[in-house]
Design a protein around this ligand. Sequence first.
Ligand code: FES
Length: 139
Amino acid sequence: MGGINPYIAAPEITAATKPFSVVFQNLAEGLKQEVMIDPKKFLSSGSGLPGSLLDIAMALDIDIDHACGGVCACSTCHVVIKSGMPSCNESTDEEGDQLDKAPGVTPNSRLACQCVPDGTMNLIVDIPTWIRHRIREGN
Ligand code: FES
């Protein structure tokens, strides 16, 4: 499914122009995977906004739940940005509305499908345990 919701305002995004890294992790479960993103070579997965954390994860076979297909209509792609938040686009009101429904929300929570890094910083991204359990149990 494509990653743009025609019923909400498009977020302002600055596309990355230089390489950066993203560490996807859930330390409680021993997951820590660093990926290097070169915007000139990156092949979008088609999930979430182009260049979003969900797009990056799915393109590189890292599981993040995304029940609505990445169109800001659920909260299953909730992640927590541990480092690199200043390089990400601003959260929209629609994203905030969906995050309000997610368990374990923190000030650094984002929807992976709506969070697009501009490539000026490396990122560390926590994938909450409840999402990991949903994936494993096939719910
Ligand atoms: S996948 Fe539904 S809001 Fe991100």
